[in-house]
Design a protein around this ligand. Structure first.
Ligand code: SF4
Ligand code: SF4
Length: 377
């Protein structure tokens, strides 16, 4: 019998207990509560403890391992960092996420210390930079790119092949811009699955072109076990039912975020934020982005050069060519690379340290530099 602690409680706890096999004893639920011990509370029959208490239980041998299941993969990086910081090294992670109403597959757990290579919880890559929706203030600056700006398949393959031999990637999100504007999208999907047989593959789309895809596309998505992440902006809401019934018909897993009404402005154009504070406040700091042989801590670091070029920002004090980490740099091992990816970068000075500023979602065909700049009111 394995005695484990599970990261999470409440809804996560109830969900976990429903499918827990008999040879695993969920002894504690774990909630990160700073240094404060939690008041004794119960989730079902399972006590909830803090990270500080867990450290003790792990040291005393009361707990064999900690299991993590997260709905969003980028939160995984932060959780793992906290556990490792607390000296917990036997950490089990569910390889795939499951859909609403489905049960967890406990045979799908991989232990990080048994992987034999470093791991990336989350990686994103644009397969097209431009978009057919052009949202105001897009975090990937898609309305500053052209729909013909694509990542060549040869480069996609080369970079993923190099990484896959050295690193385990839990989740790869193929995105853009709008990835369905890439007429070879099926070949990207097949390449990703060939190179990353155990990775949770996702295609992130605004859904506008979904109903126009040929049967071959849906067959490939299904065969290659790709989940569709559909961002439900206003223009697709009238087609929502058609899209969902089509995906059900093809038995394709999907997540649809409905009616996204707010976007964030993040840029402090004065560039005088405290790097570490801005990084701490940032929701994108776990969104590792792969582009042209380099890893970036976030899409902003990878794509901000386009903003600087497009608006001809003269007083930008940094050189975008210096951004990112060259995956082919033989002087770096991947443990060092991942350590660097978990620290702030000089560009963080150009993000708000007091949090982002919300505005109403809108289409913007003719973007202005102020669309991204916070604190102008
Ligand atoms: S749908 Fe909007 S947010 Fe998504 S890539 Fe296109 S422009 Fe950006
Ligand atoms: S540059 Fe830093 S603060 Fe800005 S989005 Fe990226 S990680 Fe966040």
């Amino acid at each position: 019998m394995q005695n484990i602690a599970f990261w999470g409680s409440k809804n996560t706890g109830r969900f976990i207990l429903k499918s827990c096999p008999e040879d695993i004893n969920v002894k504690y639920f774990l909630v990160d509560n700073g240094e404060e011990p939690l008041k004794p509370s119960k989730e079902g029959k399972v006590p909830v403890i803090s990270l500080t208490e867990l450290k003790e239980k792990f040291r005393e041998g009361e707990i064999d391992s900690v299991y993590i299941y997260t709905y969003t993969r980028y939160t995984l990086s932060g959780i793992i960092r906290k556990l490792k910081g607390a000296g917990i090294d036997h950490i089990g992670v569910f390889r795939h996420r499951v859909g609403l109403g489905e049960k967890l597959d406990w045979t799908d757990v991989v232990f990080l210390d048994e992987l034999g290579k470093p791991f990336l919880p989350y990686l994103q890559i644009n397969i097209v930079d431009g978009c057919n929706l052009n949202c105001k203030g897009c975090a990937h600056f898609a309305n500053l790119f052209d729909v013909s700006d694509i990542t060549p398949l040869s480069e996609f393959r080369k970079d993923l092949e190099f990484l896959s031999e050295r690193v385990h990637i839990f989740e790869l999100r193929m995105m853009g811009g709008e990835p369905l504007l890439n007429k070879d999208v099926i070949r990207y999907i097949e390449t990703a699955r060939e190179l990353l047989p155990d990775t949770d593959l996702r295609l992130v789309t605004n859904g506008i072109l979904l109903l126009k895809q040929p049967e071959e596309f849906f067959d490939s998505v299904k065969k290659n076990k790709v989940t569709l992440d559909i961002s439900g902006y206003k223009p697709i809401l009238p087609y929502q039912d058609k899209i969902t019934s089509l995906l059900k018909e093809y038995e394709i897993p999907y997540v649809m975020t409905l009616n996204i009404g707010k976007f964030y402005k993040t840029i402090n154009i004065k560039g005088d934020s405290d790097e570490d504070r801005a990084y701490e406040m940032c929701a994108q700091s776990y969104c590792t982005h792969l582009r042209r042989g380099k890893l970036y801590i976030c899409p902003m670091e990878a794509l901000f050069y386009r903003y600087v070029e497009h608006f001809d920002i003269k007083d930008f004090s940094l050189d975008p060519k210096e951004f990112g980490i060259d995956i082919y740099d033989s002087s770096l091992d991947f443990d060092t690379v991942f350590q660097k990816l978990s620290e702030s970068v000089p560009l963080c000075r150009y993000c708000m340290e007091s949090g982002d500023e919300l505005f109403d979602w809108a289409v913007r065909e003719d973007p202005e530099k102020e669309d991204w700049i916070a604190g102008l009111k």
